[in-house]
Design a protein around this ligand. Sequence first.
Ligand code: NI
Length: 208
Amino acid sequence: MNRRTFLKFAFAGVITMALTLVVGWWQVDGPGKSEQTGGRPVDLSEMEFRLTDHEGEDVGPKTLIGQPTMVFFGFTYCPDVCPTTLSDISGWLDDLGEEAEEMNVVFITVDPERDTVEAMAEYVGYFHPSIRGWTGPQEEIARAAQGFRARYKRVPTEGDDYTMDHTASVFLFNAAGLFTTIIDYHEPREFAVPKIRRALAEETEGVT
Ligand code: NI
């Protein structure tokens, strides 16, 4: 490759990168940002949805207010992200021990078609006993996801099969139901556990 050709390639590369950044900004933070997805979850008191937990109890956002809360969206057929995250969450809860006993930890399915109450009960049984599994009608799952600004999408695979793409972040709320922060997928324990401690501490500081 001569110098001229190299410069052409280098220039094209820079332009492509700049375009990617601009498009990324437009979609994530810019005017192209969707109203319903991305961004910060609303507080639990502003959410409206009704689901059923893995023991058949009626639950919703108001069920969670009064204790700090950790929420994660996924589905039981998930090959990788969900089991990894639920194992991570279980490890954090083990680390926190008694400290986290009074905390809501909820796994909401984005695949209610397969994730019945029974399927959720079996699945959460593989992880920390504090973890609750929530499922319900598609519309209610959609309303929940909208409140948390979680995204999910059904993706067809071979035959009639399908998988689900979904937001892999863990959402944290304090005891008053106010959103505090997000724990990212694969976030190391030394960052995740202090974030949970902060959400727990806000409770003892008497946030109402
Ligand atoms: Ni998953």
